[in-house]
Design a binder for this molecule. Structure first.
Ligand code: A3P
Length: 350
């Protein structure tokens, strides 16, 4: 295969049946995200992704790139900050002043903001000041523009966030660059995504958690099926350029994870550096940290007043949401998905 040969995106796109689409849209106050299923696993994606899927699949990977990959709400932002500070000699000044969204282009975020962007542009003349208008346009540029061109112009090393399954990324990614994947208990993922879908007005989820849970386990929510996403990365975990983490490990022993990530990146950490880093990464400090908590999005009216991006930060928070039936259903669903695999979540084995 010649180095510059463009690869065909190898997956087919399947339309979701109109009745199923209607049923999904019924649960959203902003029901404009147009969903399709992609590939043999039927990953649910937003239609604008399709147009750029091949560009992303052919993204030129640099050996110095660092990718933080996950299913949405697995602790991506937490991992991104940990990785970035280790890789950038603990540059807290930049970490605290430059939003994480600017330090880490988010490969496919445009697919979520496409419709919202169109609505914003229709109403742009109603924005009261030139300053606010400019800020809004900048925000739209970060969130609604495909980032492949921007990435080409970025100096190395680049730090890149993605929620795409590994099979949608360039096939040479782990042979060339470093990838850190984070997974989390599916039940906590579902709860956190439920709140996230209420936080962002690009979804504006209107149902109860139970409605969301049904969407999630029946593979009707964006990025699902969850376990297929995790398994793809899990199966690559022995590759020397792949580091596979669990949210629950960060919760249980953050310094131990910092040491693993540091060793993966070829970095040393002194005791003093460790103390400061873990303090910076603590939930309470993260919640207050404007460079990572997405509070800057509030002024664009894309964030609901009743929710926050850095929310509860708990492992096993699902116990407060699940009744007995849901608990049993979840156990069956998890067991079905783990059967025949060696994927085990660390907190489930004890
Ligand atoms: P909850 O909604 O359960 O609180 P992502 O960055 O992938 O979107 O993940 C967000 C989830 O990680 C949220 O989970 C958020 O609160 C949690 N999180 C973010 N920073 C954290 C931290 N420093 N400590 C613990 N959890 C954190």
């Amino acid at each position: 295969m010649g180095e510059n040969k463009r690869l065909r995106f190898p997956f087919d796109v399947e339309e979701i049946e109109p009745e199923e689409k209607m049923e999904i849209k019924r649960l959203f106050n902003y029901p404009k995200i147009d969903l399709v299923r992609v590939g043999p696993k039927g990953y649910v994606m937003s239609r604008p992704y399709i147009e750029h899927a091949e560009n992303i699949y052919n993204l030129p990977i640099r050996p110095t790139d660092v990718y933080v990959a996950s299913f949405q709400r697995a602790g991506t932002t937490w991992t991104q900050e940990l990785v970035w500070l280790l890789a950038n000699d603990f540059d807290y000044e930049t970490a605290l002043s430059v939003p994480i969204t600017h330090r880490y282009p988010f490969l496919e975020v445009f697919m979520l903001f496409a419709e919202w962007k169109n609505d914003c542009l229709k109403n742009i003349d109603k924005v009261e000041s030139i300053e606010k208008k400019e800020k809004l346009l900048k925000m739209l540029e970060v969130n609604a523009q495909p980032v492949t061109e921007k990435l080409a112009a970025m100096p190395s090393p680049r730090f890149i966030k993605t929620h795409l399954p590994m099979s949608f990324l360039p096939p040479n990614i782990v042979d060339t660059a470093k990838v850190i994947y984070i997974a989390r208990d599916a039940r906590d993922i579902a709860i956190s995504n439920y709140h996230h879908a209420r936080l962002f007005k690009i979804f504006d989820f209107a149902g109860e958690f139970k409605d969301f849970w049904e969407l999630f386990i029946n593979d009707r929510y964006i990025q699902t099926p969850y376990f297929e996403h995790v398994k793809e990365a899990w199966n690559m975990r022995h590759h020397p350029n792949m580091l596979f983490l669990f949210y629950e490990e960060l919760k249980k022993d953050l310094p131990a994870v910092v040491r693993r990530v540091a060793s993966f990146l070829g970095k040393e950490v002194t005791e003093k550096q460790m103390t400061r880093l873990c303090d910076h990464l603590s939930f309470d400090n993260f919640k207050k940290n404007k460079a990572v908590n997405y509070e800057d999005m509030r002024e664009f009216d894309v964030i609901s007043p009743n929710e926050t991006f850095i929310r509860k930060g708990k492992a096993n928070g699902w116990r407060d949401y699940f009744d007995e039936d849901m608990t049993r259903q979840a156990e069956r669903w998890i067991a079905d998905n783990l059967r025949g695999t060696d994927l085990r979540f660390p907190h489930m084995t004890s």
